[in-house]
Every structure is written in structure tokens, then in C-alpha cells.
Design a protein around this ligand. Sequence first.
Ligand code: TXA
Ligand code: MG
Length: 342
Amino acid sequence: MKYDTVLLKGDEDGINRAAKLLAEGELVAIPTETVYGLAANALNREAVRRIFESKGRPQDNPLIVHISDIRELKPLVEDIPENAVKLAQKYWPGPLTMIFRRSSLVPEEVSAGLDTVAIRMPSHPVAREIISRAGVPLAAPSANRSGSPSPTTAAHVMEDMMGRIPAVVDGGESSVGVESTVLDLTRDEPRLLRPGGITPEQIRAVTGSLVIDKAVTGKLEEGAVAASPGMKYKHYAPKARVILVKGSADAFTSFVNSQKGEGVAAMCFDGEEKGLSVPFVTYGKRADSAEQAHRVFDALRRLDEIEAKLVYCACPEPEGIGLAVYNRLLRSAGFEVINLDE
Ligand code: TXA
Ligand code: MG
């Protein structure tokens, strides 16, 4: 263990200490409304390199740059398309990341060699204060070890990063619970690379058109180039093998009970656990996608606590923010899906 990781409060003192560490080129995990981020000065190559090291992140997976004021955008990008102006007015600060052409100010380490850069303005007041007091834009991936479920509490971050970074700032539970929507604005038409807190409907309301990248609901074909490199890895996974199961509550219960055995567990909707004869965790009501988003990553972590080996997970409705929940669970499951309706 290299560091004696301190847990800072999201108060005046904690925010100041975090901002000071960041300005000095250190890594600090900070709360955001989506998930916790592992932040470093985006303009400091050495600090950015250490993000990859401490997460065990593949070198070719670019980072998101976080700003606290719209005036910080211009120096980071080559140009600002009209759609970006409109989307920023409506959804910033908030869970929307936009991809721009990268300016020479942004080190290529941030973008893993791409000529674009991802930018987001978070709405969490603690995140915004830390960025603003650090006085620099902050590169921050989710603050989990690469491959694990994203952290939505400071305790989750401690589980993964204790001893690896100097400090974690506690800003409570992340309200959205899944990562930001990633939207590429560098092409002819806006393209959704990762679904998140801002839904396709909300984007279309501003841009008119939106292309949903195939990687959002499908598996990248062997040898294909990922528009968003992060979407190609197995991700968000507990130690157990996860299989997504489509079907009604009753069909799910009888199927899972028929599979009962050592290490078999279920991840199901609230209120649908009654007839189950295996250990389970729940992640919100079937009809409440926002609640599912808020709880999905914590539920995946709890599967490790109950020492599940094989998990059957009730498949969410891929509508609205449910598309983001479905996208994350599909990756936790390595794209293994059973359809009981067929
Ligand atoms: O909500 C969030 O976005 C959180 C919080 C901390 O802000 N951050 C986050 O970062 O989820 P990360 O690194 O776990 O995911 C970033 C995603 C990856 O899928 C990455 O491939 C994609 O954004 N990305 C980053 N820069 C990109 C670029 N220039 N072009 C395409 N995709 C990019
Ligand atoms: Mg991540």
C-alpha cells in the first residue's frame, strides 16, 4: 500500500484539501451525481498517467474532462458545434458528456491518442466546488478498479482504491447512479456512444436527430473499431458469472428456482423476490428505471458479499434511463441473455 488513504468530508475543509492535492498533481476520488470519479489535473500528463495505473485501466480507453464553468470549454476544444451550445444550455451541469475535437492544450494521454476529447460539467455541488478551487479541468474516470462495478458511495471507492490514492471525498450517494450519457458531436449526426442519465428522447428534443451506436445494445464484432473504446471491455462485473433473464416475474421465479444450487443467486426487482428459493438482491421496482439506475451498481457489489457464483438477473426495460441500466447489465453479463418469452 503506497498511501494511507484519507476519507475527507464534502465540507469547506475537505473541499479545500482535495483541491490543493489536485493542484499539486495528486489523485483524489470525488463525488458526482452519476458515480464517483477518480480525478487528476487534466493538463498534467504525469497525473493523468497515474490515473491509468491506479485503476489498472487499459491504455487505449480515453478519459472524460470535467469543468465547472462553461468558459472553461473553449480552450479545450477546436470548435463548438451549434448542437453542443444548445445541449449545454439545457443539460449542463448534469449527466451529459459531449465529444469535441481536441485542442492542443489537452494532453494526448487524456484522450488515449484520439484527436477528440470528452467533456462534461457535473452538477454535484461538491464536484463543482472542487474543480473550481483546483483551478484546472479534471480528468476523471469512474473511481473503481477497472472491470468492477462503478462506485456510487465513498465506501465503494474505499473498497477498490484504499492504499492506491491519497484521498477520497465523501459527497453521499450518487443520485443518478449510472454514468453520464456519452454523445459524439464530431460527426454529421449526433451519435449516442453510451446511454446514461440524459435519455435519447431528451437529446432528440434538442438536436432533432440522433444515431444510436450499435455498441449500445450489441456486442462489438470481432476486429471492429469501437467508437467509444470503453464500451468494448467486459465491465461493471461482480466476481460471479451473471446471466440476464428476460421474462415476467412469474417466469423468472420458476426458472431461477429450477436452477437452484451451490452459489446460485438472483438479482431481481423489488416485490418480485417472494417466491424465490435462492439468495437474492433487489435493485428497484420493475417499472421504476430511475430507481434501478440509482441502485444497480450497489446491487452488483452486494452479490460479492453474499458470495454468489452464478447470478440470474431480471432484465430491465430498456426505455428512458432504463436503456443505461440495460447497457450496464448486458456488459456485467458479458452479453449472456436468456429469453423466457421465446
Ligand atoms: O458519469 C461519468 O461519466 C463518470 C463521472 C466520474 O463523470 N465518468 C466515467 O468515466 O464514467 P469512464 O472513464 O468510466 O467512462 C468514460 C467513457 C468510456 O466509455 C470512454 O471510452 C468514453 O467515455 N470516452 C472518453 N473519451 C472519449 C472520446 N474522446 N471518444 C469516445 N469515447 C470517449
Ligand atoms: Mg468506468
